[in-house]
Design a protein around this ligand. Structure first.
Ligand SMILES: Nc1ncnc2c1ncn2[C@@H]1O[C@H](COP(=O)(O)OP(=O)(O)OP(=O)(O)O)[C@@H](O)[C@H]1O
Ligand SMILES: [Mg+2]
Length: 250
């Protein structure tokens, strides 16, 4: 364990009723790490992300963000420092792209309208959507909506961004534009914990890939190691299958 970890998850346990979904998950991320989390459906990937920003509680374990246990942090403060990008975008339909980005800036950060507008425009520009600032979600493609979702998360100037299958709801031809934004963020040094099955992205952008299976991280390492020489046969098989399904768009 190093002291400079941005995120440290230690022995995390989470159950739903009789089912223990997370059975002692531990890992850490250094600043600027891009951690890709993979695992079978139902293995607890979303649950793990939701524990990190406390959208869900857990029975046991500790999560430390930049030196502070998240259990001691104010929920608003934690969600400001840990942004989340959802599979289904989660945009407000009755607000424009800009309105979606300014909402948290006004309500959580308490910025003035002028400050919020100006920061929102800068973030929309960063994801290539400055010209769509006044469009409503229904007027945007899925890829554009997801880029608004990313701009909204970025606008809060988070220390860590969580992505939960950000491209799974998109038509194949729209996946690339979202992965492109994610790659740019990775290049700029954003610390990112990403549940994604896009193996092209994982190979190119990930510092590490973690394989969650049966409630624990069964394998964890740099992409080259996991793809070329996994410790476990099952990891290799799983990666091979993902690559054949999602390998080319990254
Ligand atoms: N709110 C909930 N109440 C009860 N059970 C839940 C709840 N959320 C998740 N679960 C269960 O916990 C397990 C893990 O779910 P989770 O959504 O974290 O998996 P996942 O790895 O993200 O799966 P997928 O790849 O399908 O998104 C599943 O068995 C799921 O049914
Ligand atoms: Mg999930």
């Amino acid at each position: 364990m190093s002291d400079d970890a941005l995120l440290r998850v230690t022995d995390l346990h989470k159950r739903f009723g009789d089912e223990e979904v997370l059975k002692g998950v531990s890992f850490e991320m250094a600043p600027q790490d891009v951690q890709v989390l993979i695992g079978p459906s139902g293995s607890g990937k979303s649950t793990l992300l939701r524990c990190v920003n406390r959208l869900t509680d857990y029975e046991q374990g500790e999560i430390v963000l930049d030196g502070t246990p998240t259990s001691e942090m104010d929920e608003n403060d934690l969600r400001r420092q840990v942004g989340m990008v959802f599979q289904d975008f989660n945009l407000f339909a009755h607000r424009t792209a800009k309105g979606n980005v300014t909402l948290g800036l006004r309500q959580v950060l308490g910025l003035s309208k002028e400050e919020a507008d100006s920061r929102a425009m800068a973030q929309l520009e960063q994801v290539g959507l400055a010209d769509q600032a006044d469009s409503y979600p229904a007027e945007l493609s899925g890829g554009q909506q997801q880029r608004v979702g990313i701009a909204r998360a970025l606008a809060m100037d988070p220390k860590l961004l969580l992505f939960d299958e950000p491209t799974s709801a998109l038509d194949p031809e729209l996946i690339g534009e979202v992965l492109g934004v994610m790659r740019d963020l990775a290049d700029e040094g954003m610390t990112m914990l990403c549940v994604t099955h896009e193996m092209g992205f994982a190979r190119q952008a990930a510092t590490d890939i973690m394989f969650l299976d049966g409630g624990t991280i069964v394998e964890h390492g740099p992409p080259d190691k996991l793809f070329e020489d996994p410790e476990r046969e099952r990891t290799g098989q799983f990666l091979e299958r993902l690559t054949s399904l999602h390998g080319d768009d990254g």
